[in-house]
Design a protein. Structure first.
Length: 435
């Protein structure tokens, strides 16, 4: 095979491969598009619009036409919008073209709303007139003009002229008949006019009678006013006396205020004398400081029944507390412990420091101390107590937790005598009252 033939075959194959690549690249262009989200527009027609056409927002390219399909009798255009762009709600989309005969694209006119369309939602479409619509409109106008010219032609033909002549003859005949009717009924018409004139005169007479009645009514009202003139004068005199007394009261009040301003009288001296004013102020402050702690005092009451797991007996506790201030308090208890001989008593004093409330005093008839930890808005309380420090085997330690199930109902769970292996036991119970 000659060299020229080989070169020709090679060049032909190369051109075929390039043509195939160019053909395929037209469909591969979307491979390099940025991924985004879909919006759709429903147009009456999508004439001239092709897939991969640009989608622009205020003239800026923000995506492309992903798909065009028929939705019932309209064209649904699916737009792929790049993720960095957002389309405001209320925006409107139109079919536009670049130049007079350029390619078609989607132009989106943004709205002023602050919210944006979500993926899958539809943009409202606006009708835009392209060259194809202009051609259709021109054809429609031409059809209308043709119909008008045909109508005019029909009017000017012989049959139409005859119809028009007949109409004019009928109108002339109607005019003659109307004249004859008026001439024949002239007397009746004159009688009707005279009747209307008499009716107008009668109406005028009745109107005069009504006016006369109104005059009589006004005279009657004036007569009533004249008969009650003395009563009206008496009431006016009473009103004048009341105004005089009011003026006198105002004068006395003004005199009293002037005396106070000059420092006369008890109130005037109190107001004008700084020393008396300061003494009165100090006295009121002392009374306030004396009464204020009493108003801040608050009493609490609480009854608790605990079941001792090891001894299988019940322990009862009655508590009474007094908050002398919002922070300091006194606590007294009477305890019925089945492990003790008779009742034992507690009397403690403490102070609330945020979520911690330390206390000390007598605990179950022995010297002791404890601390309370309150959390969850004081609904949950943990208490650690120690007392009877000189007891054989070490002090008596107790850990208690109380949870306010309701406002006045508490659940109790604790461990008694933590330091003693032989006397340690778990207890649980219920409490009623306020802490």
């Amino acid at each position: 095979m000659r060299r020229e033939i080989k070169i020709g075959i090679f060049l032909a194959g190369t051109f075929l491969i390039l043509a195939a690549l160019i053909f395929i690249a037209g469909d591969m262009s979307t491979w390099f598009q940025k991924p985004g989200y879909d919006l759709s527009v429903l147009f009456p027609t999508a004439t001239g619009l092709e897939k991969h056409a640009a989608a622009r927002l205020a003239g800026v390219k923000i995506g492309y036409v992903k798909d065009i399909r028929l939705d019932q009798r309209k064209a649904r255009v699916v737009l792929a919008i790049w993720p960095k762009y957002q389309v405001p709600k209320g925006s409107r989309a139109t079919l536009a073209s670049i130049g007079l005969v350029g390619e078609r694209y989607i132009e989106i006119s943004p709205s002023e709303q602050a919210e944006f369309l979500k993926p899958g939602e539809t943009i409202e479409a606006s009708a835009a007139i392209g060259f194809d619509q202009i051609g259709s409109l021109a054809a429609s106008i031409g059809d209308e003009l043709k119909a008008v010219s045909q109508s005019i032609r029909k009017i000017t033909d012989e049959e139409a002229q005859q119809n028009l002549s007949g109409i004019l003859k009928n109108l002339n005949a109607f005019t003659q008949e109307l004249g004859e009717f008026l001439a024949a009924n002239k007397g009746g018409l004159e009688t009707g006019i005279r009747s209307a004139s008499r009716a107008a005169q009668e109406f005028d007479q009745k109107l005069g009678a009504v006016s006369l009645s109104l005059d009589e009514t006004l005279r009657a009202v004036k007569g009533i006013a004249a008969e009650n003139q003395e009563s009206i004068k008496s009431n006016l005199q009473k009103l004048e006396d009341v105004l005089t007394e009011l003026q006198e009261s105002v004068r006395l009040l003004r005199n009293s205020l002037e005396k106070i301003d000059r420092g006369e009288g008890t109130v005037g001296k109190l107001v004008q004398d700084p020393k008396l004013y300061e003494e009165a102020r100090e006295t009121l402050g002392t009374v306030k400081r004396t009464v204020e702690p009493l108003s801040q005092m608050r009493a609490t009451g609480h009854f608790r029944a605990d079941y001792l797991n090891e001894t299988r007996k019940y322990k009862g506790t009655i508590s009474a507390g007094f908050y002398l201030t919002p922070r300091s308090f006194l606590l007294g208890q009477v305890v019925d412990d089945p492990r003790q001989k008779g009742f034992v008593y507690s009397a403690q004093a403490g102070m609330r420091l945020g979520a911690v409330a330390p206390r000390a005093g007598i605990i179950e008839s022995e010297f002791g101390a404890g601390v309370d930890f309150l959390v969850l808005g004081d609904r949950l309380m943990f208490s650690l107590e120690g007392f009877d420090f000189e007891r054989d085997g070490g002090p008596h330690l107790r850990l208690t937790s109380q949870f306010a199930l309701l406002r006045y109902l508490h659940l109790v769970l604790g461990i008694d005598d933590l330091g003693s292996d032989s006397r340690r036991e778990i207890y649980f119970g219920l409490g009623l009252g306020t802490r």
